[in-house]
Design a protein. Structure first.
Length: 248
């Protein structure tokens, strides 16, 4: 979605209610479990370090984090999770792609297909839209008091490949393999408001208000599904429509 940080802010605002905290923790626990399969030491496992940082930012209790790590390394028994990518088309024919973590892919596929149908979309076959996206690291840095030339020089030197000013933040994109070093380097000098590894469209598709609101409802419901870790779209939506949806 054009203006990635705007969608990130909407997710935060729409998911701010305490009732959704357990849903967020469930997603973060799965992310830690998956990452810990490659080793339980965050100093030697960058993916685990990122997952732990996200959990801490969400104020997840330390005990929950430690138990999730032990489940990932096999020290504690638990459900076996599978990582999948689901793809489909939303209202207006825009591409939608989701990162899934599930212990029952048949159940999850049925539930995601139902959500798509409810919002005038279709769950597609594997590979139908994946080619439209690149997987990258994303870091948002508060722009106040930070010059564009300065942040660009620092970010590129750390290993980023693109820096854009969007509103009051710099949106910084990195290759996946450079994400951790860029994030840690930027945190030493600047205020990082959000960060993640996600999927970003190579090109965008403009949506008018009616179709855009339908798409946002679809993406919001997908985000709230326990097995959906991330959702991305190639839609280009006006800021006024994003704000209207955020305040609805």
């Amino acid at each position: 979605m054009s203006g990635h940080n705007k969608w990130a802010n909407i997710k935060q605002r729409k998911g701010a209610q305490d009732a959704k905290r357990s849903n967020l923790f469930s997603k973060l626990v799965k992310e830690i479990i998956i990452a810990a399969r490659a080793g339980g030491n965050p100093d030697t496992n960058p993916k685990l370090r990122v997952a732990i940082d996200k959990a801490r930012d969400a104020n997840m209790p330390k005990d929950n984090i430690e138990k999730a790590i032990k489940r990932g390394t096999g020290e504690i028994e638990g459900a076996t999770y599978e990582e999948l990518v689901y793809e489909g088309y939303g209202p207006g024919g825009v591409a939608v792609i989701m990162d899934i973590t599930t212990d029952n892919k048949n159940r999850t596929a049925a539930e995601i297909r139902k959500i798509f149908s409810k919002h005038n979309g279709n769950l597609g076959e594997s590979g139908c839209v994946a080619w439209m996206f690149d997987k990258k690291g994303f870091i948002a840095v508060q722009a106040q008091g930070v010059g564009e030339d300065e942040i660009m020089e620092v970010a590129l030197e750390l290993g980023a490949d693109d820096v854009k000013l969007e509103g009051d933040v710099y949106e910084i994109y990195t290759p996946v393999e450079n994400y951790t070093q860029v994030l840690e380097g930027l945190k030493k000098k600047y205020t990082v408001s959000s960060s993640e590894i996600g999927r970003f469209p190579k090109n965008t598709m403009k949506l008018e208000k009616e179709e855009a609101l339908k798409l946002l409802k679809l993406m919001d419901e997908l985000e709230n599904h326990d097995d959906v870790q991330n959702v991305a779209s190639n839609a280009d939506i006006e800021d006024s429509v994003l704000e209207e949806f955020a305040n609805s």
